[in-house]
Write a protein that binds this ligand. Structure first.
Ligand code: NAP
Ligand code: MN
Length: 264
């Protein structure tokens, strides 16, 4: 197995990285930063997101394993102080790989298009002024949104920003994506559906600004400023991210551990 390590770079993560290199060499696994099969992340879920974005052009060739230097993360399976279990599991070579869907966003400008992929979500946010967006479902007009923003998330992203916005948790075996509102205005002038909405894989969602405004567009942990764009079209991508799990990786157990009780 050729592996590489993507570390958050803080002192603890760097120490874990050093220790991993040493212990993986002992079981004759070799580091190959250029052409890895396995990308081990050491840090938080944010580190997993950066690693996935670094390898977007090679997703069919790599698989990710997460080691969390904090509490258990959503994408990370191991806690940093339990490297023994990780090494044992790698040695035993018993694992299963799971695939998580990515969401695509195609931004159209007057003269060109830009294409992005997200593992958690995209958001369109204007923290200063109300955004006015027409929402189309499968190219058919649905509603006009006025408010701070919208969040379009994947199943694995459903436990991230989406959850804070009152969105539903979606099991990652379900090929779907979700739209949640960020502070919509509902009055006798403006009206939106208000509930989070979940779309199947073959559907698409289009947002068209009806007033000129400059907004922040987030792509997982990244953000860019959008000006003068005509529309953004979202849909689930055929591309997936593969994660390697050596132990039981039940989604609902993760949800319980992360948001309710850790050890029951
Ligand atoms: P961050 O500020 O560290 O992330 C916020 C929190 O979300 C962290 O605790 C992070 O875990 C956790 N997280 C990330 N992906 C998750 C997932 N799929 N399920 C459950 N928790 C998750 O920033 P970051 O580490 O660069 O992560 C970027 C993500 O932060 C964005 O994709 C967005 O989902 C989330 N975010 C949330 C809010 C909000 O809830 N109000 C606002 C902005 C961004 P770690 O500590 O392990 O990294
Ligand atoms: Mn983080």
């Amino acid at each position: 197995m050729r592996y590489t390590i993507v570390s958050r770079g803080d002192p603890l993560s760097s120490e874990v990285e050093r220790s991993l290199d040493e212990r993986l060499a002992q079981i004759e696994l070799f580091r190959d930063d250029k052409n890895p099969e396995v990308v081990i992340t050491v840090g938080g879920d944010g580190t997993v997101l950066s690693a996935v974005h670094n390898y977007l052009d090679r997703l069919d060739q790599v698989v990710f394993v997460g080691i969390h230097t904090g509490k258990l993360g959503f994408y990370a399976d191991y806690i940093y102080d339990d490297l023994d279990t990780f090494i044992q599991n790698v040695k035993s070579n018993k694992y299963h790989d799971v695939s998580f869907p990515l969401l695509s966003a195609t931004i159209s400008y007057e003269d060109h298009q830009e294409y992005y992929l997200a593992l958690n979500e995209f958001t369109l946010i204007n923290p200063y002024r109300t955004q006015h967006l027409d929402v189309y479902i499968n190219d058919e007009y649905f509603e006009s949104f006025q408010g701070t923003g919208l969040c379009i998330s994947t199943p694995t992203g459903s436990s991230a920003f989406n959850k804070s916005l009152g969105g539903a948790l979606i099991h990652p075996n379900i090929q779907a994506f979700q739209l949640t509102e960020i502070a919509s205005i509902n009055s006798n002038v403006y009206r939106t559906i208000s509930s989070p909405m979940i779309f199947p894989k073959e559907h698409n969602l289009t947002l068209k600004p009806t007033h000129v405004s400059e907004i922040i567009f987030t792509i997982d942990h990244r953000n860019i400023t959008l000006k003068n764009y005509e529309l953004i079209k979202f849909q689930l991508s055929d591309q997936v991210v593969r994660f390697r799990h050596y132990n039981n990786n039940d989604f609902w157990k993760r949800v319980k551990k992360s948001f309710l009780v850790e050890n029951k």
